[in-house]
Ligand binder design. Structure first.
Ligand SMILES: Cc1cc2nc3c(=O)[nH]c(=O)nc-3n(C[C@H](O)[C@H](O)[C@H](O)COP(=O)(O)O)c2cc1C
Length: 153
């Protein structure tokens, strides 16, 4: 199973989580593709069987600037990925109140529009509680890897 990891960051934390995720998913025997920035065409060429979307929230509850064009392009193009599994990890800070992890909500809306199947609830990492998000994500990632392996067999 080929899984493509997509990340959006401002300060680099979401990328650290994405690198950790890529290592862990590879170790579980999955064929992982990750790079820090994907153009839509590059992503389509990967022909993903599954996706992992990871983004921090910035501004007043927005997606990182460098990820927004890809999300817009996916919404415009609507690739035929319906029925494929997806996992979503959001990074934020509960101190932002109602804007906590809104980027993850946007990714959930995108996954829904594309007909992707959520294998487990979105992981929302709160920077006010943790300084090691890439470590805190491990139990969720292990479960995600197990669900993907079970899905593909
Ligand atoms: C200018 C700024 C705006 C932010 N806005 C939000 C926000 O609206 N909602 C939220 O949950 N977190 C917000 N955060 C917190 C970040 O999402 C959080 O620190 C995250 O771990 C950063 O991840 P990154 O290093 O991948 O960018 C903001 C942080 C900064 C510095």
């Amino acid at each position: 199973m080929r899984i493509v990891v997509v990340s959006g960051t401002v300060f680099g934390t979401a990328e650290e989580v994405a690198w950790r995720a890529s290592e862990l998913l590879s170790a579980a025997g999955l064929d992982v593709a990750y790079q820090q920035h994907w153009q839509l065409q590059e992503l389509l060429q990967q022909e993903p069987d599954a996706l992992l979307l990871i983004a921090s929230t910035t501004g007043m509850g927005e997606l990182p600037e460098r990820l927004q064009p890809l999300v817009d392009a996916l919404q415009a193009q609507q690739p035929d990925w319906a029925g494929r599994p997806v996992g979503i990890i959001g990074l934020g800070d509960a101190g932002y109140g109602d804007n906590f992890c809104l980027a993850a909500d946007e990714l959930e809306a995108l996954a829904d529009e594309l007909g992707l199947v959520m294998l487990q609830d979105t992981l929302r990492l709160d920077a006010s509680e943790s300084v090691t998000p890439e470590q805190d994500a491990v139990p969720w990632l292990q479960e995600f890897a197990e669900l993907l392996v079970a899905w593909s067999s």
